[in-house]
Write a protein that binds this ligand. Sequence first.
Ligand code: OGA
Ligand code: MN
Length: 215
Amino acid sequence: MNRPAITATNHSTAFDEQTLEEIANAISKHGYIILPNVLRTDLFERLRQRAKAFTSSEWKAAGIGRNNAHHLDKQLRSDSIHWITDRHPSEVDFMALMESLRIGLNRRLFLGLFNFEAHFSKYPAGAFYVKHIDALKGRSNRVLSAVYYLNADWQLDDAGELLIYPETGKEPIERVLPKGGTLVLFESVRFPHEVLKANRTRFSIAGWFRVNENN
Ligand code: OGA
Ligand code: MN
């Protein structure tokens, strides 16, 4: 699939220095961070409305890798996705926010993050994504994964947690409820994770900071 890399042009939406510092410290120390209530303001609401407004033909069944047969994918994940490729104002602002993160992390951690790709995800009630990693060491240019949740008033019994596992070991180190405004960042090659079935439709944006494929 041809997915143009997006470079944000609108820098009015940006993380402040203190937040960038906090994120960089956590990533270098632990490899991940969970930030509740990032941007739980009008941008959150605009992105949430955007996700809810896509028609069924604008959602595509999600696949695994690039060449796998689709019937196999269905057993591994049952969400639908919509790649962020157009210039809807809410998406432009979100990409600007992530661009500020890309630059802020490059400055602090010298990660050489080159760009960011992202898609909306929709998990209807009962949909899931089995335990997986987003990048294979040396086989992918995905360095840092980001997940941003778009669900208003998500309760414990709505379920649909993101479970994050350690590099080795069966017990999750984090169980993240997909509450609106929560942003999760983790090193793509290090953390297996899975999405549990939810009891109602669960929206998120999943994205990846990448290094240049030519490197
Ligand atoms: C993914 C993913 C997690 C989530 O899309 O690769 O792991 O909580 N998403 O939506
Ligand atoms: Mn994933």
